[in-house]
Design a protein around this ligand. Structure first.
Ligand code: DHB
Ligand code: FE
Length: 280
């Protein structure tokens, strides 16, 4: 049977793509941020998951504002990155697993989590940059991927609680698949940031650090916040952190914290890397 072995969080800052493309990881500005990924890279290297389910938000590359699904699951055998500006070369395509995706789709809908299924899906920095930070640069990626997009861009955005419940349903969907696959779930985005308006530049380190602790040990804490409360504390784009709850909901209740690293500011955000392991 397929098994979820753990979950990893990562911000998905567009500037990370630029830093990697231009080999800036050891420059003073980026060094501490990228060093925070090393234990996560080592964990992936040690456990070698077959499939990564990447929970992220699209920022207008695949879904424009005229059509925004609340939850969208990639159901393809291949996902392409495309030009998002910055004059960066799109990264190599990602291998998908359409059969596994359709199983997940079926099981989610059975559990009353109604998702949009996408047989074609372009993946943007929200998906690509965490994978680049965690795996480095490859012409053939060492992991099969399944994109799970959450709308954090246009209101109404799903609640934190809804995201947590999606994660719980995702666990059942994955672990009812009969192929022996090791699966990791990536929760991307966040942490506190606001890119526009009067509060542009907002970062709340205290809230970010508490969120990281609670995601590990008491995820229901964050599910009790309304989206307005999260945005008041963490900024309008800080709402992206609700996607970490999809990852967390897919894990067992008591997880082993393998690694925790926080760095702020980087680009316009607070960045958190957590590696959580299922021990059962
Ligand atoms: C930044 C972070 C994001 O999550 C994003 O989607 C765009 C920009 C930033 O920190 O600059
Ligand atoms: Fe973002």
């Amino acid at each position: 049977m397929a098994k979820i072995i753990g979950g990893i969080t990562s911000s998905h800052i567009p500037a990370v793509g630029n830093a990697i493309a231009n080999n800036l990881q050891q420059e003073p500005y980026w060094k501490r941020f990228f060093d925070g990924y090393k234990p996560a890279q080592a964990w992936l290297e040690q456990h070698k998951p077959d499939v990564a389910i990447v929970v992220y938000n699209d920022h207008g590359l695949n879904f424009f504002l005229d059509k925004v699904p609340t939850f969208a699951l990639g159901c393809a055998d291949k996902y392409e990155n495309a030009d998002e500006g910055w004059a960066l070369k799109p990264v190599a395509p990602f291998k998908g697993d359409a059969a596994f995706s359709w199983h997940i789709a079926e099981k989610l809908v059975e559990q009353e989590i109604d998702i949009c299924t996408c047989q074609e899906m372009l993946v943007d920095h929200g998906f690509v940059n965490p994978i680049r930070a965690l795996y480095g640069t490859h012409e053939v990626w060492p992991v099969t991927t399944i994109p799970l997009a959450v709308n954090t861009v246009q209101h109404p955005v799903p609640t934190a609680l809804r995201c947590y419940k999606l994660g719980q349903a995702l666990r059942h969907a994955v672990e009812s698949y009969e192929e022996d696959l090791k699966v990791v779930v990536f929760g991307t985005g966040g942490m506190s940031h606001q890119l526009q308006g009067e509060r542009a530049g907002l970062i709340d380190v205290e809230f970010d650090l508490e969120t990281m602790d609670r995601i590990a040990s008491d995820p229901e804490w964050l599910t009790k916040f309304s989206n307005s409360e999260i945005m008041r504390r963490a900024g309008t784009e800080g709402i992206e952190t609700i996607m970490w709850l999809v990852m967390r909901g897919a894990l067992q209740s008591n997880v082993k914290v393998v690694h925790k690293h926080y760095h702020a500011p980087i680009s316009n955000t607070g960045s958190g890397v957590l590696v959580l392991e299922n021990t059962l």
